[in-house]
Design a protein around this ligand. Structure first.
Ligand code: GAR
Length: 195
């Protein structure tokens, strides 16, 4: 068994896909951490009985980041999973969980790193579209890639249709990759314990 925490800011469709996948595994999803008070992901977590921690950035970003760091330190997950988390993690948190933070991004990195990746890649008719899962480092969407999948761009889809195709790919692959990472952490711990 290994533990993870999911950080999300928005709709939470990836959060829900991950929570559903992990419910059928030996691993534990300890908490959803959300930085947006009214994000739909909160209702999804409540429905799935996943504990929710809200961290407000309204008053002070510095304090919010300290609270986030304290929360993650005390939960002590094996893996931190970013699923539509629209903030840059402070360096202290990246260091604390070095190599154990994963992110999903709606483009074929290194193309279209940063905000509005889907819209920007859609606006360029010559660019391939898809998703990337990567380990988080100190840059913005620059960490080592774990997997990439190209989306079907044929048939002149509009932006909404393209977003659906991207989400379908994300829900198919991200929960599986998260579960595989947790399996690997668990196996590694078993090997070390048996030495
Ligand atoms: C997903 O498409 C994810 O790739 C993207 O936000 C969306 C969240 O959807 N993440 C980023 O853009 C990170 N830079 P969801 O809330 O329905 O899971």
């Amino acid at each position: 068994m290994a533990d993870c925490v999911v950080l999300a800011s928005g709709s939470g469709s990836n959060f829900e896909a991950i929570a559903t996948r992990l419910a059928d595994s030996p691993h534990r999803l300890l908490s959803l951490i959300c930085d947006q008070p009214d994000a739909p992901v909160i209702a999804r977590a409540e429905r799935l009985l996943v504990p929710v921690l809200r961290i407000s950035y309204v008053e002070s970003r510095r304090e919010a980041e300290c609270r986030l760091e304290r929360a993650l330190s005390s939960l002590a997950p094996d893996l931190v999973v970013l699923a539509g988390y629209m903030r840059i993690l402070p360096a202290a948190i990246v260091d604390l969980f070095a190599g154990r933070i994963v992110n999903i991004h709606p483009s074929l990195l290194p193309a279209f790193a940063g905000l509005h990746a889907l819209e920007r890649s859609y606006a360029d008719p010559d660019s391939a579209m898809g998703i990337s899962v990567h380990v988080v480092d100190h840059g913005v969407d620059t960490g080592p890639l774990l997997a990439q999948f190209e989306a079907d761009r044929t048939g002149e889809p509009d932006l909404v249709q393209m977003e659906e195709r991207i989400h379908t790919l994300e829900h198919r692959h991200y929960p599986r990759i998260v579960a595989e990472q947790l399996d690997a952490i668990d196996r590694y711990r078993g090997v070390r314990a048996s030495r």
